[in-house]
Design a binder for this molecule. Structure first.
Ligand code: GLU
Length: 378
């Protein structure tokens, strides 16, 4: 199981509030955070991309504001988050700095990971940060999120971030070490399930409720997160985060429940593009671009001869060859109106034509699912 961690090129680590803040006082557990930062540095030294999704803003902020430790109204939680997020971001900045790493704060709401245009923006920004060697530290944008547009728990937010970023592995560091056959606190016969290959109704029934005072998400939201993750080709682990160096412990085979994904994230994303999205339009491409696509390249505006439909940035479009045959589908990096203006042109002319510097590709190869490939293509 632990190979899933060592083989992962990109992983998301979710940290619950109970790990970061003392239960009684709400004080930051800085020694623990220092040990986590050392683990993250070690993973990055192995060449992995690491994204942290961290709770803790409410737990840290309510102490500063003198609010009660439980039973807060939504707006009181949001006020606490506004204060605590500063401390939380600062704590990561400091902890990462001592390992020569840069922390980047990303605050997201549900819409940012589900609405396609905002999804693309968030994805591109996080991708750029990873490329620059920074460690994105994500939390929900609690202060602006109303009940309709909030996740409310970081387990599902972490799963969305993992799928959005095509991560190979998601680790939920928790105050429990995994999923048990029955509530471990009350049932002496409860045993830990080391691997879940399929999330059956029986598995869901085992989730019960292991929520604690400080963390909103119990086992139920963790199973929800696992469903999102495995469907997108991301393996997920639930493991005890309360120990020092929890990621090193997991790599050494610590107790955990692993939810295994069958496909890899790139294949799962391509399947999603090919099947799940309703195309909003189409682009017709010339013979040269067809050859390039079949050889695994991105679609540049120069190779496009016509566009149709009413699509927005991030919408799915059908890609048609010179004889109008469907070659596949992809997500457009431009709106229909902008695409129409740049087709047939070299990518370096885009900024002169549109007045802004957009992406070089009309459809990036990662955002494309083709029906067939040349056998010699990668
Ligand atoms: N976003 C909340 C916070 O930072 C936590 C939500 C959760 O723990 O799931 O306090």
């Amino acid at each position: 199981m632990r190979q899933k961690l060592s083989n992962a090129g990109r992983l998301v680590v979710k940290i619950g509030s109970a790990l970061l803040a003392e239960r009684e006082t709400g004080a930051l557990k800085s020694d623990w955070l220092a040990s986590l930062a050392a683990d993250v540095a070690a993973l990055k030294a192995e060449g992995k991309d690491v994204i942290v999704v961290s709770s803790g803003s409410i737990a840290l902020g309510r102490r500063v504001l003198g609010l009660a430790s439980h039973g807060l109204k939504l707006e009181e939680s949001q006020a606490a988050a506004a204060v605590g997020q500063i401390d939380l971001a600062h704590a990561y900045e400091e902890a990462f700095k001592s390992h020569g790493m840069v922390a980047a704060q990303i605050l997201l709401t549900l819409g940012d990971t589900e609405e396609r245009r905002r999804y693309l923006n968030a994805r591109n920004t996080i991708e750029t940060l990873l490329g620059l060697g920074a460690v994105p530290v994500v939390n929900e944008n609690d202060t602006v999120a109303t009940s309709e547009i909030r996740y409310g728990d970081n387990d599902r937010l972490a799963a969305r971030v993992a799928t959005m970023m095509s991560a190979d592995c998601l680790v939920l560091l928790s105050d429990v070490d995994g999923l048990y056959t029955a509530p471990p606190g009350t049932d002496p016969d409860a045993t830990l399930i080391p691997e879940v290959r399929e999330i059956t109704p029986e598995i869901e029934a085992m989730a019960g409720d292991t929520g604690t005072e400080l963390s909103r998400g119990g086992m139920v939201t963790k199973i929800e997160a696992a469903k999102l993750a495995v469907a997108a080709g991301t393996h997920m682990a639930i493991t005890q985060g309360g120990v020092m160096h929890p990621l090193a412990e997991l790599a050494d085979g610590a107790r955990a429940t692993w939810f295994t994904a069958r496909a890899d994230p790139v294949a799962a994303r391509k399947r999603w593009i090919a099947g799940a999205l309703e195309p909003r339009g189409s682009v017709t491409i010339d013979a040269g671009a067809t050859r390039a696509l079949l050889a695994g390249k991105s679609l540049l505006p120069a190779g496009v001869t016509a566009v149709s439909g009413a699509f927005d940035r991030g919408d799915a479009v059908v890609i048609r060859g010179p004889a109008n045959e469907e070659l596949g589908r992809g997500l457009s990096a431009y709106t229909r109106a902008d695409a129409e203006r740049i087709i047939g042109h070299k990518s370096r002319e885009i900024s002169d034509i549109l007045g802004y510097r957009g992406r070089t590709e009309l459809i990036h190869r990662d955002d494309m699912a083709l029906k067939r490939k040349r056998p010699d293509a990668e």
